[in-house]
Ligand binder design. Structure first.
Ligand code: SF4
Length: 531
């Protein structure tokens, strides 16, 4: 016999209200005041939401959102940045973790509940599948992102279903990495995202979509729906929580970047998402002064990351101490970050700490986070034989954009990079895509090159770092200016089926790196350290 669940439709609401409702409803359910619930939600006005563990500054174009009436808020669940407008429908499931018939393992639980949405979509004529770790996709294109959290044995699992999709506003509101937009692997956003309107030619009526999803969830939860409004207890909790969810402290303060010139950063692609470590180290005392771990991962309990940061604050960073603290934190299995291992965390922190070494080679301390090394650390880097330059730094109308060469016309930063290459005796090579990069690295290695210097954006480095390590040629990569055309005010040239962005090389940093390598960076160290 099916079991009674509440079906609740809270309609379009502002971001702070929806975020506060998540917490109010989870709390009310965990105190036994409310029944198991399926909630449908929408957002009005439109909003950009970061995941609980993310930094707003890193994920959202704050100025654009403010200028266009797009609210900014933070979810109580993990995961990545999202743009919501009225053309998206949210769904949420609230129930105890030990609810009969549901998997006990949190990853299996998420996969199971997603089957409800998959079945609902099938009723609408869309053949979707669950994709690890938290997406529902149609032929490889994401139609729904999901995420969850829990309090006192009760979980909230939520998803967003793209009914229609305003790609252009989403691209302007969120800091989607340039690399994701322009890489040949992703010719356009439409190759990785879809919505009901694109799948079905026209979006079904909202009531029809909700009814289909409700039937899908009823099957996998063995539930019978009773339509009921918010309870008075939930409404009161909502009133109490709303001021906090409207505050800057909640939206910006939870994961505010360290805003220090001495901040050291590193990032690592893990199975559970991108993990970023930002820290300030006291080199003389050998201690971590502060640490921020952010990313689009899911941590259980939600406080895990904050607790780990607290344990590591002021801790000595030598002699394996960081590893010991991190491993202890996860030793009893109660704290968990899906797809992120203690080793991932330790290596990311160690890599950020290693950026201190660059101070000694005359690299501007404010720029050390824009340098990534592969295969060997900076101090052991052999003399480079060639300079890798990304095609996207060439003027979008330039005859050389998709081929080797440069006429040094002065209209982009590539001409100056060619001059640098000539001065330091390096062969410049233009890279159009990952396949070309791999081909060049293998060819140069066979031809006897010992190392390279190059320029690429941070997301490209994060995505292909394993490939660089596999190919095995040591190198130093300098981050591109991360501005996309949206930051540069060239949005009219942007997404029109194909992204044609132009990036800028960090020429001064490239020169500092080449000078350090050429002047004998092991012998000619200069102490540029800020501490
Ligand atoms: S400097 Fe070189 S790459 Fe840049 S626009 Fe001129 S010719 Fe093209």
């Amino acid at each position: 016999m099916s079991r009674k669940w509440r079906l609740l439709d809270t309609g379009p609401r502002p971001a702070a209200e929806n975020m506060a409702l998540d917490e109010a409803m989870l709390e009310a359910r965990s105190r036994g005041w409310t029944p198991n619930t399926l909630r449908f939600l929408q957002f009005d006005p439109p909003c950009a939401l970061v995941g609980y563990h993310q930094s707003v500054e890193q994920e959202i174009r704050i100025e654009f959102c403010r200028a266009h009436g797009i609210e900014i808020n933070r979810r109580i669940t993990g995961g990545g940045g999202l743009f919501w407008d009225r053309s998206q429908l949210g769904w949420e499931v609230y129930a105890p973790r030990d609810y009969d018939g549901l998997p006990r393992d949190v990853e299996e639980l998420y996969g199971h509940i997603c089957q409800g949405a998959v079945q609902g979509l099938a009723e609408l004529g869309v053949n979707a599948q669950f994709r690890y770790k938290n997406d529902i996709e149609v032929d490889g294109r994401k139609i729904s992102g999901t995420g969850g959290t829990e309090v006192d044995g009760v979980f909230l699992f939520q998803g967003t279903l793209l009914v229609d999709f305003d790609v252009d506003t989403m691209l302007r509101a969120l800091r989607i990495p340039t690399e994701k937009l322009k890489d040949k692997e992703m010719e356009s956003v439409k190759e990785r995202v879809t919505c009901l309107a694109w799948e079905l030619e026209a979006a079904p009526a909202l009531d029809q979509i909700k009814a289909a999803l409700a039937r899908g969830f009823a099957r996998i939860l063995d539930a019978e729906w009773i339509s009921e409004p918010l309870s008075p207890a939930e409404a009161q909790l909502l009133d109490e929580k709303l001021p906090s969810f409207r505050s800057d402290e909640w939206v910006y303060g939870v994961r505010r970047s360290l805003a220090s010139r001495q901040e050291l950063r590193a990032l690592r692609k893990t199975r559970g998402g991108l993990l970023r470590a930002s820290l300030v180290a006291d080199g003389q005392a050998g201690r971590l002064k502060s640490l921020l771990l952010t990313g689009d991962f899911f941590a259980y309990p939600k406080r895990t990351i904050l607790d780990l940061e607290t344990r590591l604050k002021d801790a000595p960073f030598g002699m394996g101490n960081v590893r010991r603290i991190v491993e202890e934190m996860f030793a009893d299995g109660r704290a968990r970050i899906l797809g992120v291992t203690p080793d991932d965390i330790v290596l990311t922190i160690e890599e950020a700490l290693a950026k201190r070494d660059l101070f000694r080679y005359g690299i501007d301390p404010a720029e050390v986070n824009n340098i990534f090394t592969v295969v060997k650390p900076f101090a052991e880097m052999p003399q480079p034989g060639f300079l890798l330059l990304p095609y996207c730094a060439k003027l979008s109308g330039c005859d050389y954009r998709y081929r080797e060469g440069c006429a040094a016309c002065g209209l982009c930063s590539i001409g100056a990079a060619y001059e640098l290459a000539a001065r330091y005796g390096l062969q410049p090579v233009t890279i159009q895509n990952y396949e070309k990069l791999e081909e060049v690295l293998l060819e140069q290695r066979s031809a006897g090159a010992e190392a390279f210097v190059g320029s690429c954006c941070e997301p490209f480095y994060a995505k292909h770092r394993d490939d660089f390590e596999r190919i095995g040629l040591p190198g130093i990569l300098v981050d591109l200016d991360s501005s996309t055309c949206y930051d540069l005010g060239r949005q009219e040239q942007a997404y029109q089926g194909q992204y044609e962005n132009q990036t800028e090389l960090r020429l001064s940093l490239l020169e500092q790196v080449l000078a350090a390598l050429t002047n004998g960076h092991r012998g000619g160290e200069s102490d540029n350290a800020p501490v």
